[in-house]
Design a protein around this ligand. Structure first.
Ligand code: MG
Ligand code: MG
Length: 298
């Protein structure tokens, strides 16, 4: 069943997404050569718990496997669901951080792929294309489209550039559950799939390989890797389906401000525009975090 969100629901989902944004902005400030991903996980968990929320991924169960950490941190050829470890990050790595929280009964879930120091030309292009593919998908998340239109847009954009679109993992609805209907694949046929209705909240999350689309899963039951060992990227936003233009609840603004401040190298959109803030024009990050804190504290 697909839940249509009320204005109150959307307000609550925006707060949850705001907390995820705080965690990811802190990752942007900390990610550097020599940093261990397990330490990033601890920092993320502390921010989540200090806000009175719960890390949604920690203890997440699929069959008999239980995810052991607060963040999914996926380095280089790890596509998603990487388990934080003692391995130090190295110059040139690409690091996808996916964060989920439950705050006041509503879930937040979005992701960003970070550069560690200077990237190769190929990896920087991968990150830029994956992020742009996400926006191509978001542009289709409007009343009158179908789920297949989103996947079609992501797939077309990436395959035209020679990238592998991971089929095995999909986006999803989000609300009072982390994963709701409908599934939102990154491939699709135009005009096919569930009809998008005003007030549906969905996570769109392309997982894009520099090489082919095949993946494997480690013996730990979680770690998804590209089969050819080439790097992979993952960007995710939470959006509400609206008429004309999707309402983006998650924001990269604080993340990219932090990246620009620390490294001087946020991954620019292909357009050169900040499409993220264009989608949410009133969302000054300072105001948003202040509002968020007011909401938590008061
Ligand atoms: Mg998700
Ligand atoms: Mg996620």
């Amino acid at each position: 069943m697909i839940h249509i969100k009320t204005d109150h629901d959307v307000t609550m989902l925006r707060r949850s997404a705001g907390l995820v944004g705080e965690v990811l902005a802190e990752m942007a400030r900390r990610i550097a050569p020599g940093v261990r991903t397990i330490d990033l996980d601890h920092v993320g968990e502390e921010i989540i718990r200090d806000a009175g929320a719960r890390p949604a991924f920690k203890g997440y169960r699929v069959g008999t496997e239980v995810f052991p950490a607060s963040l999914c941190i996926s380095v280089n050829e790890v596509v998603v669901h990487g388990i934080p470890s003692n391995r130090p990050l190295e110059e040139g790595d690409v690091v996808s951080v996916d964060c989920g929280v439950e705050l006041n009964g509503y879930f937040g879930d979005f992701a960003y792929t970070f550069p560690v120091g200077e990237l190769s030309v190929e990896n920087e292009a991968l990150l830029r294309a994956t992020k742009q593919a996400l926006y191509e998908g978001i542009n289709r998340a409007v009343v009158g489209s179908r789920v297949g239109d989103i996947g079609h847009a992501v797939q077309q954009y990436c395959e035209a550039r020679g990238y592998g679109v991971v089929l095995d993992l999909v986006g999803h609805g989000i609300g009072r559950s982390l994963h709701e209907e409908p599934q939102v694949p990154n491939v699709g046929r135009r005009g096919h799939g569930k009809r998008l209705k005003e007030g549906m909240s969905i996570c769109i999350e392309p997982m894009i390989n520099r090489g082919n689309a095949q993946v494997t899963v480690d013996a730990d039951g979680w770690t998804v890797r590209s089969a050819d060992g080439l790097p992979s990227a993952h960007y995710e936003h939470t959006v509400v389906v609206r008429r004309g233009r999707a309402e983006v609840l998650s924001s990269y603004e604080a993340i990219e401000a932090a990246l620009a401040g620390v490294h001087g190298q946020a991954i620019p959109d292909s357009s050169g525009n900040d499409r993220d803030s264009a989608a949410a024009p009133d969302d000054g990050i300072t105001n948003r975090i202040t509002r968020f804190k007011e909401a938590i504290l008061g």
